[in-house]
Design a binder for this molecule. Structure first.
Ligand SMILES: Cc1cc2nc3c(=O)[nH]c(=O)nc-3n(C[C@H](O)[C@H](O)[C@H](O)COP(=O)(O)OP(=O)(O)OC[C@H]3O[C@@H](n4cnc5c(N)ncnc54)[C@H](O)[C@@H]3O)c2cc1C
Ligand code: SF4
Length: 504
């Protein structure tokens, strides 16, 4: 029997449900788990806090941010000491952050998996993970971005990178029929990006799953140590404030609310672990902009089409092609009034590239006063020392490509020429002056083999409980160093398949 997709905020009366499995969160992890279990014959309920926003192309980027990005994209991980504060973005809608991606798909690098195996997770070898990756890649249609879809900005960065002795590699993305319109982060109106709301959730509904949006889960209910369901509040449609209570009784509960929120739900449910909320990795990211004498028109072509991994294996630095919509870019350009206007006139001469750190997972999610977490981030000395190295390398690449000036992600810093860059005291810039962002919160409910040093076992089961699982980015046993959606979906598929094998 087909399931349903409903906004709980629009329903009258009580919401009390019974099911085999309740999944909290409909993002990259939750959607895969719900689909796998529904297709295996389980009666599945999915509870999503955010709304269902079908992307039709009518929403302007700013509207899309308001309706589908958490906190209108202003969430911050507070930098401690000399660490940068990091703007952490995530989705809050049906499909979660998956709907906002640039579509970039990486498998977990072998050296990362080797580290996990070395830490005792012996089932996560590259050989054993490969079939799970194959399955997800088939489900979401991972394909290589053709070289002719690269923007001029990406081509130029590639030319500079080549002059310094390396080649950009084509990105792989979960797309089918992409026309390179470049609005991926604000929802793909062409349904060409196969995010989980397109590739998985309709399958879950077809297999009988019931999806409810507008349901803010507060806690897991228990009988002794066995999870028996969840409870929370339905959000009022207009104000999005918690209103009526709801409850779902289930034989098994899966938390897939993401790395920022799973720890809060676990704490509120009366559980705690020495590492719960710790080891938050963010992949701190920085963008460096090159200004050229000739037009670049960086918005033409696929937003993310190529990457450079020359320094990934040994130094944990990855270069990713990106472009920011002109309106957003203008808002981040330095200066005021005429100075600012003059810079903005040159937007069509700018190329942008991103640099990302494979960090040491030194962030932390803490309980806040209300329902939002407080996130803090103290860079390890190694991570902090690599920031200026990363930025100087990106500056060198832009200059090698012929950029006349570059803009560093340093608040208040003027444009740099090749000469001025030599003397710019990047190594002395305080962390709070660095403009840093993250789209990849991971690892606050880590998978491991020791309950003192992890939150879930290698099946995703929460230590010391029965019937309670975690299945999203929060289980990552370490930072990945690459964009994580494919890794999250793959780990979720593995957890769901193991759950199904346990029987009803
Ligand atoms: C702008 C942007 C671009 C990105 N681009 C890429 C990319 O190109 N490639 C890539 O690999 N990765 C990318 N990512 C990262 C990727 O999208 C995420 O890592 C991934 O989707 C996280 O999956 P998840 O299941 O852990 O959480 P999410 O996908 O964030 O899903 C969690 C869901 O849980 C819901 N939720 C939270 N709390 C509750 C609660 N209490 N009750 C009910 N529901 C709740 C949330 O609303 C959300 O929908 C990007 C992310 C962003 C924000
Ligand atoms: S570039 Fe356009 S068509 Fe392609 S995935 Fe992104 S939004 Fe969709």
């Amino acid at each position: 029997m087909a399931g349903s997709l409903q906004s709980a905020s629009r329903l009258d009366g009580e919401l009390k449900l019974d099911c085999d499995v309740v999944v909290v969160g409909s993002g990259a992890g939750g959607a895969v788990i719900a689909t796998t279990l529904a297709e295996a014959g389980y009666d599945v309920v999915v509870l999503e806090e955010g709304p269902h926003v079908p992307y039709t192309g009518e929403l302007r980027p700013t509207e899309s941010v308001r309706h589908t990005w958490r906190d209108g994209a202003v969430t911050l991980a507070i930098g401690l000491g000399d660490s940068p504060s990091i703007n952490v973005t995530a989705g809050r809608c049906l499909g979660g952050s998956s709907t906002l991606t640039g579509g970039v798909c990486f498998r977990i690098p072998e050296h990362v998996l080797d580290g996990w195996v070395h830490a005792g997770l012996s089932e996560l070898t590259p050989e054993k993970m490969a079939p799970w990756f194959d399955q997800v890649e088939q489900d979401v249609h991972v394909e290589e971005v053709p070289v002719d879809m690269r923007s001029r900005g990406t081509q130029l960065f590639g030319e500079g990178y080549a002059k310094l002795g390396a080649e950009l590699k084509p990105m792989r993305r979960n797309t089918r029929g992409c026309n390179g319109c470049g609005r991926c982060n604000f929802g793909c109106a062409h349904k060409a990006k196969l995010s989980v709301d397109i590739a998985y959730l309709p399958r879950a509904v077809a297999a009988g799953a019931r999806l409810y949006t507008g349901c803010l889960v507060g806690k897991v209910e228990f009988a002794g140590t066995r999870a028996t369901g969840v409870s929370g509040r339905i959000l009022d449609f207009d104000s999005q404030r918690p209103a009526r209570a709801f409850s779902v009784r289930a034989k098994r509960v899966v938390l897939a609310a993401g790395a920022m929120f799973n720890p809060l739900i676990l704490w509120k449910s009366g559980l705690d672990f020495p590492v719960l909320g710790r080891h938050l990795s963010l992949h701190p990211s920085f963008r460096v902009i090159g200004r050229f004498d000739t037009p670049v028109r960086g918005w033409e072509g696929a937003m993310q089409s190529a990457y450079g991994d020359r320094y990934e294996r040994d130094e944990g630095m990855l270069f990713n092609s990106v472009f920011v919509p002109n309106g957003v870019l203008a808002a981040t350009m330095p200066g005021f009034g005429n100075n600012h206007a003059k810079l903005c006139e040159q937007i069509d001469h700018l190329g942008i590239f991103g640099g990302m750190l494979h960090d040491d997972a030194t962030g932390r999610v803490r309980r806040g006063f209300g329902r939002e977490p407080i996130m803090t981030y103290r860079s390890s000395p190694r991570d902090r020392g690599r920031i200026p190295v990363l930025l100087r390398r990106m500056a060198d690449i832009w200059f090698a490509a012929g950029a006349k000036e570059i803009f560093l992600p340093v608040f208040g810093a003027p444009a740099q020429t090749p000469d001025s860059m030599k003397h710019f005291p990047l190594e002395q810039v305080h962390g709070r002056k660095l403009e840093c962002s993250s789209q990849h919160p991971l690892g606050t409910c880590q998978m491991g083999v020791d309950p003192q040093r992890s939150v879930v076992d290698d099946h995703g089961r929460v230590w010391g409980t029965q019937g309670l699982y975690v299945g999203c980015g929060s289980v990552m046993p370490s930072s990945l160093g690459v964009n994580p959606q494919l890794a999250i979906m793959t780990m979720a598929l593995r957890t769901a398949t193991l759950m199904a094998a346990e029987g009803k």
